[in-house]
Design a binder for this molecule. Structure first.
Ligand SMILES: NC(=O)c1ccc[n+]([C@@H]2O[C@H](COP(=O)([O-])OP(=O)(O)OC[C@H]3O[C@@H](n4cnc5c(N)ncnc54)[C@H](OP(=O)(O)O)[C@@H]3O)[C@@H](O)[C@H]2O)c1
Length: 258
């Protein structure tokens, strides 16, 4: 029997006035998070995109940011731009990520390997470090959410191996940064997503509807996750209800890989 997504009649919320920078907000998960925050919270959102697709329009409570990340300088710059625009930062959600190389890892070149690590491991570190420096200096604590993938704790797949290695590294980052941030009430956690129907698989792996259905059938709950299920979990992790949680990876998988 299918376990459908039954939309609850309440929307999770963050504290009023919370200043939240979301990198990769133009992606499938990012758009869902922005929409749910705007529906249920009175917060200030920095909605970042790389500029390759459709950017957000500036609106009350929404600052549109555009920057393609290459290295530390770009990551710092986007955090600084957000801090300048709204006078500080209370939360960073890193959803920027990609899979450019989809062949078997046996054939990957050094440059291709480094590119996967740069976007999925190096940049989340540079972003989180920059945000944590501001949060620590502010003295009012903060939240940092990074993104992993459930496949990474099972060795990844042959065609997403460098991505999985980077995401497993992100889990180490969550723990190490959480230990450092705890003294300053900067809580660092991560989401370990399974198969979420965000458009990611069609975008980077060119999956067809038939392949999407085949993949969903492998999940014990027999479907992909809905982006709003992921958004609600992220909002819970930004809210006061998770104030005793740090250094954790939270899986959202429909039972995948059990
Ligand atoms: N969906 C899933 O099943 C799943 C599973 C496990 C983990 N995740 C992780 O969850 C996160 C969000 O995924 P998603 O499904 O929302 O993916 P998505 O729709 O592909 O969105 C990716 C986002 O990253 C941005 N981005 C990509 N390369 C960039 C670069 N070089 N510089 C700056 N920004 C860049 C994109 O910006 P533009 O659109 O402007 O190019 C977009 O906003 C990713 O880290 C992904 O690895 C997703």
């Amino acid at each position: 029997m299918l376990s459908p997504f039954i939309r609850p009649d309440w929307v999770p919320a963050v504290p009023p006035g919370m200043r939240i920078l979301i990198t990769g907000a133009t992606g499938g998960l990012g758009r869902a998070l922005v929409a749910m925050l705007r529906q249920g919270s009175e917060c200030v959102i920095g909605a970042h995109g790389s500029g390759s697709g459709q950017d957000f329009e500036a609106a009350p409570g929404l600052i549109a940011l555009r920057r393609r990340f290459e290295g530390d300088d770009d990551c710092r710059a986007v955090v600084d731009e957000f801090v300048q625009a709204c006078g500080g930062i209370d939360a960073l959600v890193v959803l920027s990520g990609s899979i450019h190389y989809t062949g078997h890892w046996k054939d990957i070149t050094e440059a291709e390997w480094r590119r996967e690590q740069a976007i999925n491991l190096d940049q989340p570190f540079f972003l989180a470090r920059a945000a944590m420096a501001h949060m620590t200096a502010q003295g009012s604590g903060g939240r940092i959410l990074l993104t992993g993938t459930e496949s990474a704790i099972h060795g990844g797949s042959p065609t997403s191996f460098p991505y999985a290695v980077a995401k497993r590294g992100t889990e180490c980052m969550v723990q190490g940064m959480a230990r450092e941030g705890a003294a300053h009430s900067v809580l660092v956690n991560g989401l370990r997503f399974g198969f979420i129907e965000s458009g990611f698989h069609q975008r980077w792996h060119q999956r067809t509807p038939a392949q999407m259905a085949e993949r969903a059938a492998l999940v014990p709950l027999k479907r992909g996750g809905h982006v709003d299920e992921a958004a609600a979990l992220m909002i819970w992790l930004l809210s006061g209800w998770s104030s005793f949680m740090t250094g954790q990876m939270i899986p959202l998988t429909g039972g995948d890989w059990l």
